[in-house]
Ligand binder design. Structure first.
Ligand code: SF4
Length: 313
């Protein structure tokens, strides 16, 4: 049960974020080409029960008390709203702690009333809007065939009318997939219909599911930013195309903590070395232990080496 809580990891948006991995690896309604958790193995849209919600909540509370994160985030290696116990878990956690509760969803099920009810319980909701173009959506996010982009986009607008917490949007740019002026204008026009707090434009900075995924050029981000800022206001747009600082807050059992974390959040080897050095541990030994578990491997991406879960390529 403990393996479903990881970190805290440094979040570029939220500070130190204790992660809750509330679905099994990798149950998702999308199989995004850039997913840092690898290809989706169970492409589903039915909400099901994953972990015992009471045990999940106990694990979260225990880690919050020990590690004192800035925020608790449901950010699994899959889609968090597939968990049919999500609302119960959010309610139970909020009864016990005052740390803000966040969720990062691809929003694919937001057309459902029960999903909206669950999301309304969170203090911070992040929704994915990589494109408003059906063809791009199918190629980039590779959704479950029964999903409809139109219903999702309409669902996000309806949700934003009801929601009183902090709503953020995430747009991941992948070179030559959604990096055109038409794409940027389409997304920005769409977002102008939504009551949101911040629109983040992101880059795939960690090893992606597909090798062909490439980080866009600086100019792509500049053009996207300018179009978003013009239509939405400068203070509501931010580009996140840089890595976070290596400020992970791990306990003494570094190998175990890294194993839990990389299921969702691959870690750069230079960061792992920084963390090991800081606590006087031997980096080579830690790396050796991680690789000998048979559960991890080293992946190279964009000139950097990462420790990631062992995957079929
Ligand atoms: S990036 Fe998120 S939505 Fe896309 S496949 Fe990965 S877990 Fe699912």
């Amino acid at each position: 049960m403990d393996s479903i809580v990881f970190g805290p990891v440094p979040s570029r948006r939220l500070g130190l974020s204790l992660g809750v991995n509330n679905v099994y690896n990798k149950y998702c309604s999308y199989s995004c080409v850039y997913c840092q958790a690898g290809r989706t193995t169970r492409l589903i849209i039915d909400r099901i029960s994953f972990y015992d919600p009471y045990k999940l909540v106990e694990a979260v509370i225990r880690e919050v008390e020990e590690k004192k994160p800035d925020v608790v985030s449901f950010v699994p290696n899959g889609e968090p709203t597939l968990d049919k116990n999500l609302g119960l878990e959010a309610r139970l956690i909020k009864e016990r702690i005052s740390v803000p509760l966040a969720i990062f969803t691809n929003a694919s099920l937001i057309y459902r009333e029960d999903v909206v009810e669950d999301l309304l319980l969170f203090d911070i909701v992040s929704v994915k809007v990589d494109t408003v173009n059906e063809e791009t959506w199918r190629k980039l996010n590779r959704p479950h065939p029964e999903l409809s982009l139109e219903k999702i986009l309409e669902g996000i607008i309806n949700f934003s009318k009801k929601y009183r917490g902090k709503l953020i949007t995430e747009t991941m740019l992948v070179k030559n997939m959604n990096t055109s002026i038409e794409e940027y204008e389409g997304i920005a026009d769409y977002l102008s219909n939504i009551r949101f707090d911040k629109a983040y434009i992101q880059a795939p900075i960690r090893p992606p599911a597909e090798k062909f995924v490439t980080i866009p050029d600086k100019d792509d981000f500049l053009i996207a930013y300018n179009i978003f800022a013009e239509k939405l206001g400068e203070n509501r747009v931010e580009v996140l195309n840089y890595p976070e600082q290596p400020l992970f807050k791990f306990s003494e059992n570094l190998v175990e903590e890294v194993l839990r974390t990389i299921n969702v959040h691959p870690i750069r080897l230079d960061y792992l070395k920084y963390i090991a050095d800081k606590r006087g541990a031997n980096f080579e030994e830690i790396l050796d232990k991680l690789l000998k578990t048979g559960k991890t491997m080293i992946a190279e991406y964009n000139g950097k080496k990462f420790i990631v879960p062992r995957r079929k390529t």
